[in-house]
Design a protein around this ligand. Structure first.
Ligand SMILES: [Zn+2]
Length: 215
């Protein structure tokens, strides 16, 4: 009963991923195009990091939040780092501009997490901004849920779209707090940033695939 209640409650938390295209509108259009087979488990490939990823390091900054929550978000970065060995996440210095910025807003009632992606003129990601909430629907979110949301939004920040199956970290609805970064998310991310994570090239190359099919 308790878990059923939880499922009902969390199903209202629609994690909205708003992708703002400042320069290259084609990238956004291509994300929504292409065949989609609902019988297959798939994760959308949204975007590819550009030269910011060339050194294998993405810097981040966490603002507007208590140290304990900051620690929760850092744990989410650490988990991704353990899974994707080719990317190191480094906290940016106070005056430095970070590749990934995470800030916490007050309860806006509906959205628990949101990622805004900025692209350069060639369609590569050059920075992302993640917004997380400490409260939603007037209720304080648990640290577990915040860590889950942070991992999900970091997935977007790294180039993933949503999964078409519920038990994925990248599912757009929170049916259960699945915090696990699985093989499918890892492989989809490698596909998105193939030039660096697979080829280890110095020349960014956009991913041709719009979906990663999980076997
Ligand atoms: Zn999302």
């Amino acid at each position: 009963m308790k878990s059923l209640k939880k499922i009902t409650k969390y199903s209202y938390f629609i994690i909205l991923n708003i992708i703002v295209i400042f320069i290259n509108i084609n990238v956004f259009n291509s994300v929504n195009a292409g065949p989609k087979n609902d019988d297959l488990k798939e994760i959308e490939i949204c975007c590819t990091w550009g030269e910011a990823l060339d050194d294998g390091i993405l810097t981040f900054k966490i603002t507007n939040v208590k140290p304990v929550i900051k620690h929760v978000v850092k744990a989410a970065f650490y988990d991704w780092e353990q899974k994707i060995k080719q990317i190191k996440f480094q906290e940016a210095d106070y005056n430095e501009k970070a590749d990934i910025t995470i800030s916490f807003g007050s309860d806006n009632g509906k959205v628990a997490g949101q990622t805004i992606t900025n692209f350069d003129s060639n369609g590569f990601i050059y920075s992302t901004k993640i917004f997380l909430a400490e409260k939603a629907f007037t209720k304080k979110l648990t640290n577990n849920l915040i860590e889950y949301l942070a991992k999900h939004e970091i997935g977007h920040a790294l180039g993933l779209g949503h999964a078409n199956f519920d038990d994925s970290l990248m599912s757009s609805l929170v049916y259960n707090i699945n915090k696990k970064i699985d093989r499918c998310e890892i492989e989809a991310l490698k596909e998105a940033n193939n030039w660096k994570l697979v080829d280890n090239s110095s020349f960014p190359k956009l991913s041709k695939n719009k979906y990663y099919v999980c076997n």
